[in-house]
Design a protein around this ligand. Structure first.
Ligand SMILES: [Zn+2]
Length: 216
């Protein structure tokens, strides 16, 4: 499901025809997964000024092995009122039997994070709680730290103890943050004991705003 679309350079306004992927099925085309994970599938270079641009179009990422469907829908692409109806239509399709996870994200960075989380065999609702408590702890320890307002993204697990690595932007570059896997385990326990803390059915948005709702 590849189409051509015109994109304009964010730096000089010059337009270029780029390839847009209406659907990214990594079961059929496994080579696309690494291009999603490193973001290169969405980046195009301006032929006129050389600037690297991020293509903003909607697409559906489908991993049949993980039974995962992530709808990348940049804000304003379609009216909010239609989003739910379209989502329900897709869900009802016989291509996606019981057990599928449906998620909706608004930007490429969030899509990459979701793919990284599910690839690591982890649960994104638990991960959001992990990020929430980590940020809370960090800002209690050091209230002035840049991390308080930053958006943490899960990057990978690493080392013999499966430490969790986050990345976040600060001082104009990406910083890393590492926490013990025990935090993930604790958060998984909290979610198990609080069954109301689960995403709504359908293409739910599971992000920091979603988890924050349970702590008001
Ligand atoms: Zn340009």
């Amino acid at each position: 499901m590849e189409t051509k679309m015109l994109a304009s350079c964010s730096s000089c306004g010059c337009t270029k025809e780029i390839t847009a992927y209406g659907g990214i099925n990594v079961g059929e085309r496994p080579e696309l997964k690494s291009r999603v994970k490193d973001g290169s599938l969405f980046v195009w270079e301006c032929p006129s000024c050389g600037a690297a641009n991020l293509a903003a179009y909607q697409t559906i990422y489908h991993d049949p092995n993980e039974r995962l469907l992530i709808w990348l829908l940049p804000e304003g692409t379609i009216p909010e009122a239609q989003v739910e109806a379209i989502g329900r239509q897709i869900e009802a399709s016989s291509d996606f039997p019981e057990g599928y996870v449906f998620r909706r994200v608004g930007d490429v960075g969030s899509l990459i994070e979701k793919v990284n989380i599910f690839d690591a065999g982890l649960d994104d609702t638990v991960m959001e709680l992990c990020k929430y408590v980590t940020k809370m702890e960090m800002s209690e320890k050091d209230p002035g730290k840049a991390i308080s307002g930053a958006s943490l993204k899960f990057y990978r697990t690493d080392g013999p103890d499966n430490d969790i690595e986050f990345s976040y932007p600060a001082d104009g570059r990406m910083q890393g943050l590492r926490i013990g896997f025990n935090v993930y385990g604790d958060c998984a326990g909290i979610l198990r004991r609080n069954p109301s803390m689960k995403p709504s059915p359908g293409f739910s948005v599971v992000d920091q705003a979603w988890i924050a709702r349970f702590f008001r």
